[in-house]
Design a protein around this ligand. Structure first.
Ligand code: DQA
Length: 146
């Protein structure tokens, strides 16, 4: 199975940004963890991060043309603002799991809106980095070929 893991703005700062919320592990740690897991379960994964909304839209569009079968997305702050990301995900119609490292349901009011959740087949919040692994497993179990 071909999976794209997409991370939005400031997630490249993991390990540096607000460690009391996001932990001490770094973005390269996250990428390594995802790649190691996917190797074990024979999933063809690409892990991308961008601080730019339009770049994230382009990466979602490219996923369609590359035959990606599942998307794991942590849109970060764009979760709460971006109709463009919602439209891109609707356009490609690829099963998408929304992941948040922190438990956004227990945070500020402005984090309670998620446009992406309107199209996501599943939402995983507050499980730290494990949330990405659980999202990948969910896609494999529910949308993998065999
Ligand atoms: C986040 C939660 C968002 O509200 C925030 O803007 C982020 C990270 C998370 O993973 O918990 O950048 O998506």
């Amino acid at each position: 199975m071909k999976i794209l893991v997409l991370n939005g703005p400031n997630l490249n700062m993991l390990g540096i940004r607000e460690p009391e919320i996001y932990g001490n592990n770094t973005y390269p740690d996250l990428v390594r963890m995802i790649e190691d897991h996917c190797k074990k379960i024979n999933v063809d994964v690409e892990v991308k991060q961008s601080n730019y909304e339009g770049e994230l839209v382009t990466l979602i569009q490219k996923a369609y043309f590359y035959g990606v079968q599942g998307i794991v997305i942590n849109p970060a702050a764009y979760t709460h603002t971006s109709i463009a990301l919602l439209d891109a995900l609707k356009a490609v119609n690829i099963p998408t799991v929304e992941v948040h490292i922190s438990d956004v349901s227990k945070r500020e009011d402005f984090r309670q809106i998620s446009y992406v959740s309107k199209v996501a087949v599943k939402r995983i919040i507050g499980e730290g980095f494990d949330g990405y692994i659980n999202a990948i497993n969910y896609l494999v179990e529910n949308y993998g070929q065999d």
